[in-house]
Unconditional design. Structure first.
Length: 239
């Protein structure tokens, strides 16, 4: 394995896919955030906690502009870290995955998308930042991250079982499905009641899924293309 080339492929793939994700968020997710924060601002005005003044809106616009300007950079940073994880898992599972390296990359990305995003999302769907009690944000984060960790590590465990099974490999998939279904039922529910308009919440959730799906698809294609082009797994022969 050409370590430097492998690291370059992993980091570049993650950063580029993360940048695409950040841009996608700006285009399709941020409008829902603006609407949700607008509702929150109106509630603050109605309760008297804030005053609807020019100074408030100047400060608010500056803060939101700062948030949006960092969206793409944050996406690139997060994408780089996820790309690193993807690259490590790819190397460890490459010989077991079917097809050429592009197909292997797409299959692995699909598996990771399902196990560490879709399944946790179905239990704890994303909400706009202003939705939910601020006092429960730590608990909600712990529940969501715990589900991601358990789902991800259990997928790795059942993958090891899959490799050892000589026949009836479908049992590994069935085992994971049963395990994660039981966990899904036993994990505590979201502690907060959603009081925001459901069309806003559902729109935000749908666009969040689209944005994350675009990230994993981009990562798979970019990583697979670079791997097939530069072949970090093949050592140069000396003639």
């Amino acid at each position: 394995m050409k370590t430097i080339l492998f690291l370059a492929i992993v980091l570049f793939s993650g950063a580029l896919a993360g940048t695409i994700h950040g841009v996608t968020n700006l285009v399709i997710v941020e409008p829902y955030l603006d609407e949700a924060i607008g509702i929150e601002n109106q509630n603050l005005f109605a309760s008297g906690e804030e005053e609807d003044t020019l100074a408030f809106w100047v400060e608010y616009d500056a803060y939101r502009d700062w948030q949006k300007s960092g969206q793409v950079l944050a996406g690139a940073i997060l994408g780089t870290s996820m790309g690193g994880l993807f690259g490590i898992v790819y190397v460890l599972s490459r010989n077991t995955l079917p097809g050429n390296d592009m197909k292997k990359s797409i299959i692995l990305a699909a598996v990771m998308w399902i196990t560490i995003y879709i399944i946790p999302f179905l239990k704890y769907p994303a909400n706009p930042p202003t939705v939910g009690d601020g006092e429960t944000v730590v608990l909600r984060s712990i529940l969501f991250l715990s589900f991601i960790a358990i789902s991800g590590f259990s997928a790795v465990g059942f993958f090891q079982i899959y490799k050892k099974l000589q026949s009836k490999k479908i049992l590994a998939f069935v085992g994971y499905g049963l395990f994660i279904s039981i966990l899904f039922v036993l994990m505590p529910p979201n502690p907060d009641e959603v009081t925001a308009p459901m069309d806003l919440v559902n729109g935000f959730r749908a666009m969040s899924v689209v944005a994350v799906t675009i990230f994993w698809a981009s990562l798979a294609v970019i990583f697979g293309s670079l791997w097939m082009k530069f072949r970090p797994d093949v050592k140069n022969s000396i003639h």
